[in-house]
Design a protein around this ligand. Structure first.
Ligand code: ZN
Length: 144
C-alpha cells in the first residue's frame, strides 16, 4: 500500500502504547512468545515506574509499565481498572506549542508544563475526559 503524502499528518507520529502490568516478569512472556526481543529497561523515578520497551519495525513501541511502588500511579490504576492498555503516546514536534494550542481550545491537561519521561523525552498527559476516555501522552524527543 502506498500512502498519499497529502493525507499524512507530518508533525505527529505514533510513538507507543503503554500497558499497565502487575510485573514486567508477568507481562513480558506473551511478547517474547510472539518473537519480540531487544528489550530496553528503564526506571522513571518520578513516575514510580519500571519500563520495558519493545521497539517495532516502524519505530512504534510497546511500553510495559510496572509500578515500582504501591503508591505509584500505575499501582493505583491497576487497583481501579486492572491491567491492560493504560495510555497511547503521540510524538509531536514542539510540545510547548502543542500544549498552548490545546489549552487555548479548552482541552484539560494533566501536565501544563512538560516533564522528563522515559528515553529522555519531554512528556505531558492530556486528561482522558478531554480525549474520549483515552489517556493521551504527548512526547517530544530531546537531543542526547
Ligand atoms: Zn508512555
Amino acid at each position: 500500500m502506498t500512502v498519499d503524502i497529502d493525507w499524512v499528518n507530518e508533525d505527529f507520529a505514533f510513538d507507543h502504547v503503554g500497558i499497565a502490568v502487575n510485573s514486567i516478569e508477568e507481562g513480558l512472556p506473551f511478547y517474547q512468545a510472539l518473537g519480540l526481543k531487544n528489550i530496553q529497561y528503564e526506571t522513571v523515578e518520578s513516575e514510580k515506574v519500571r519500563v520495558a520497551m519493545l521497539t517495532l519495525a516502524n519505530s512504534a513501541k510497546i511500553e510495559l509499565l510496572e509500578s515500582s511502588d504501591s503508591s505509584g500511579p500505575i499501582a493505583r490504576y491497576i487497583e481501579k481498572r486492572g491491567t491492560g492498555i493504560h495510555h497511547i503516546c503521540l510524538r509531536v514536534k514542539d510540545i510547548d506549542s502543542t500544549l498552548e494550542n490545546l489549552k487555548s481550545k479548552g482541552i484539560r491537561l494533566l501536565n501544563e508544563i512538560p516533564k522528563k519521561g522515559a528515553h529522555n523525552c519531554l512528556v505531558a498527559f492530556v486528561h482522558p475526559k478531554s480525549a474520549g476516555g483515552v489517556l493521551v501522552e504527548l512526547s517530544e524527543p530531546q537531543e542526547g
